[in-house]
Design a protein around this ligand. Structure first.
Ligand code: GLU
Ligand code: MG
Length: 427
């Protein structure tokens, strides 16, 4: 370990920003962590502390690192070696803080485990843009070898960084949109799936910086552009056995899987308050963008909120069968996005809900139930859903509302293109 190595103990906040404090790696006591402040959770995407918020100037927390997440950040020559460690926010007596996103996910996973004996096996698939030092997007063709090779220096550092984080890449490719790339990683159990989402974003951003590029995970760089989706691949296991797949049933979806997805569909509007929460997220979630054109479950169709992914011949169907929740973006906190989905799955399992339809065709315009019209409508849906509001601490939802209103104030009077540009500068 270099003598000047630093630890950056961090939390990922409501707006999906990784914030924390650093100290010399050799001084870090993982049981003690670093100090933290409740109101830090109320900082919006543009750096403004949203007021009023439930915390004000009061209180103290500790950020306790999970050393299993320790990941060296890619750096350029001469830069400070930094190891990112994701932590839990605890009260000063060591108890979990009710608004900690990572602890909220752990709580949701415990409900799944204790109530249904199930483990979540999940992976976040990310799309993002690469810009050069002048702010131009990388050239080359959609899915083109030319674009892929143009960013070979970035790709080398990025892939090495993921490997050092213990993250296994499924596919790494130039995507459809100008300057767009995609990375899909192998699933992991429990909270580690969301940890990996944070690490993928920060490793990509640092790798880009180290080769004089900028990576942006903005949901939409311009209203007419191709969106950057975050698709969350999900499956359920009992012990060492996958239980989402049943070869004897239609679409291969087990009875248990159907109930879990029916829960997600029933609470779809409330979930959106945590998965697509920015003032531009809804612009990506419109028809013909292959994002999520409405609140429906589909097989194959990339316009679905939840898509049942295909079974690939030559692969073990039960172990690879998964569904993807597509209406997520990187302005969301990955722990809370996953926690909301897991809680909705638990509701569906508790009530043994069933699905009326699984769409197999391209939906006709206007034929599927819409998603909330914007971030405010999603938060209204959350507050109007008497079951969903019990999933998270009420202060957490109040802070989400404060933060999103603060962003709306910052963007007041701007047209959609200016709004997209503002978020592109941040993400
Ligand atoms: N870019 C699309 C989105 O915003 C996803 C396209 C795809 O299916 O890969 O979600
Ligand atoms: Mg894609």
């Amino acid at each position: 370990m270099p003598s000047d190595a630093y630890a950056f103990v961090a939390t990922n906040d409501l707006v999906g920003v990784t914030r924390g404090r650093s100290l010399p790696l050799s001084d870090l006591d993982p049981d003690v962590g670093v100090g933290w402040v409740p109101a830090d959770l109320a900082i919006d995407a543009f750096g403004t502390l949203a007021t009023p918020n439930p915390f004000g100037s009061l209180g103290d927390l500790r950020l306790i690192p999970d050393v299993d997440t320790a990941t060296p950040m890619p750096i350029a020559d001469g830069e400070l070696p930094v190891t990112l460690m994701i932590g839990d926010q605890v009260n000063i007596d060591g108890s979990a803080w009710s608004c900690c996103p990572r602890s909220t996910l752990k709580h949701s996973l415990a409900r799944l485990e204790q109530g249904h004996g199930l483990r979540l096996f999940a992976a976040f698939e990310h799309e993002f843009l690469l810009f050069d030092a002048d702010g131009s997007k990388t050239g080359g063709h959609a899915f083109g070898l030319d674009r892929f090779l143009m960013e070979g220096a970035f790709g080398t550092v990025f892939m090495r960084g993921l490997s050092e984080a213990g993250i296994t890449v499924d596919t790494w490719l130039p995507e459809y949109g100008p300057g767009q790339f995609e990375v899909a990683i192998k699933p992991r159990f429990g909270v580690r799936a969301a940890d990996d989402a944070v690490l993928v974003r920060e490793i990509a951003r640092s790798a880009a910086r180290s080769v004089r590029r900028r990576a942006s995970f903005v949901p939409l760089p311009h209203p007419d552009a191709v969106g950057n989706g975050v698709h969350v691949h999900l499956s359920l296991w009992r012990g060492e056995s996958p239980v989402l797949y049943d070869a004897s049933r239609q679409h291969g979806l087990s009875t248990l899987g159907e109930s879990a997805l029916a829960g997600v569909l029933r609470h779809a509007h409330a979930i959106q308050a945590w998965t697509a929460p920015s003032q531009i997220s809804h612009l990506r979630l419109t028809p013909h963008r292959w994002s999520a054109a409405g609140a429906f479950i589909g097989q194959q169709t990339r316009e679905a909120l939840v898509r049942i992914c295909p079974i690939t011949s030559g692969m073990d169907p039960a172990r690879t069968y998964n569904v993807e929740y597509r209406a997520v973006d990187a302005t969301a906190n990955p722990y809370l996005a996953l926690a909301a989905i897991v809680q909705a799955m638990c509701e569906g399992l508790d009530e043994s809900l069933t699905l009326d339809t699984i769409l197999e065709a391209e939906p006709e315009d206007g034929s599927v139930p819409p998603l909330p019209a914007n971030s405010g409508a999603a938060l209204d849906a959350w507050e109007a859903d008497p079951i969903a509001v019990r999933w998270f601490a009420s202060e957490l939802a109040m802070t989400q509302r404060a933060v999103r209103q603060s962003e709306e104030q910052a963007l007041a009077g701007m047209d959609p293109a200016e709004r997209c540009a503002h978020y592109t500068a941040v993400y």
